[in-house]
Design a protein around this ligand. Structure first.
Ligand SMILES: C=C(O[C@@H]1C=C(C(=O)O)C=C[C@H]1O)C(=O)O
Length: 322
């Protein structure tokens, strides 16, 4: 298994992964061929997510700690925290209807993070089995998920906005999620001027719009966390059926976000990207495009999974630094 070291986020100063080797992990996300609830192995919080098919290499995403780690398990969620930062992981097994179970699991995670003093949630990932299929009422699973998540975030939205996110298909049956929060770093959320904010999408896309910001920064951390980004302009999917054109629009959207956040003369540079590809036949085209157009110091990871709208063929998320 390849190890993908996600950047530590520190509110003191940005650190390159190479500077933090040797510090014990806060959490490990196993991008492999099984899904399960969060577990604690040798004191480390782990979440196995089913994002990889036979014949594709999996990877482990490691979030590094800045101090002694405490793990707390409550109901279907578990958190690991180190005094500065917190990872919360949860898993909801397959349901005929998702909204209630998702609201409960998210509410539990948010309450636990709040209680421990990590109120600044800035990034979340949601890996959704059967994402484009319908639930027992005929509502698309992704839209059903969005209802539960929106309800869990309703209270917080009024306080400090919604975090940046990924909401993507998985190879499993349930919904796995994890989110990151800091204790004291102020979070700034950014929007892409070429896209309608997702939380304002019209209701053609479901009863509750997706609760996420396009990108987030943390004061002092010198990191920009970019949400899963696809070929959407305004609120519409562009270039249905055309992988090359969807890649170009996705790249342009990523670049717009890198520019939207230029608040001083130092620009942002992409450090890591994760790439989601709906059809395996497009993998090579996507790989070539990403290598040429979105170069990063560490190799990108590719996953062959479904995407939140059935007309999207590719999606890319990233972390940038300056
Ligand atoms: C691709 C989009 O949305 C996707 C769904 C998200 C979610 O629901 O959390 C977040 C980012 C993307 O993974 C989009 O709406 O632009």
């Amino acid at each position: 298994m390849q190890t993908f070291v996600a950047p530590m986020f520190s509110i003191d100063e940005g650190s390159l992964p190479s500077e933090i080797i040797g510090v014990s992990p806060l959490a490990r996300i196993y991008y492999g061929q099984t899904e399960a609830g969060p577990r604690v192995i040798d004191g480390v919080l782990e979440l196995p997510v089913h994002m990889v098919t036979d014949g594709t290499a999996g990877f482990i995403e490691t979030w590094h700690a800045t101090g002694n780690v405490t793990v707390v398990i409550r109901g279907s969620v578990a958190v690991a925290h180190d005094g500065q930062q917190l990872v919360c992981a949860g898993f909801v097994p397959r349901h005929g209807r998702w909204a209630d179970a998702i609201r409960q699991a998210y509410a539990q995670g948010i309450a636990l993070a709040d209680e421990l003093g990590y109120a600044n949630i800035f990034r979340m990932w949601n890996m959704i089995g059967h994402i484009n299929e319908t639930n027992q009422d005929g509502l698309e699973v992704y839209r059903d998920f969005c209802v539960g998540r929106a309800e869990a975030f309703d209270v917080r939205k009024m306080i400090d906005g919604v975090p940046s996110a990924t909401g993507i298909g998985s190879r499993g049956d349930g919904i796995s999620f994890y989110f990151l929060a800091t204790r004291s770093g102020r979070i700034t959320n950014l929007e892409n001027p070429n896209q309608v904010p997702a939380f304002e999408y019209p209701d053609d896309y479901g009863p509750r719009p997706p609760s996420f910001a396009r990108a987030s920064t943390i004061d002092g951390a010198d990191k920009l966390f970019i949400s899963g980004t696809a070929s959407i302009l305004g609120h519409r999917t562009m270039h249905v059926g055309n992988i090359e054109k969807q890649l170009e629009t996705t790249r342009d959207n990523l670049q717009a976000l890198l520019r939207a956040s230029e608040d001083d003369e130092r620009g942002w540079q992409l450090e890591h990207v994760k790439v989601y590809v709906r059809h395996s036949r497009d993998l090579e085209t996507v790989r070539r495009f990403v290598e040429q157009n979105l170069p990063t110091p560490t190799p990108p990871v590719y996953m062959n999974v479904a995407i939140c709208r059935s007309d999207l063929l590719v999606e890319i998320e990233g972390v940038a630094r300056r």
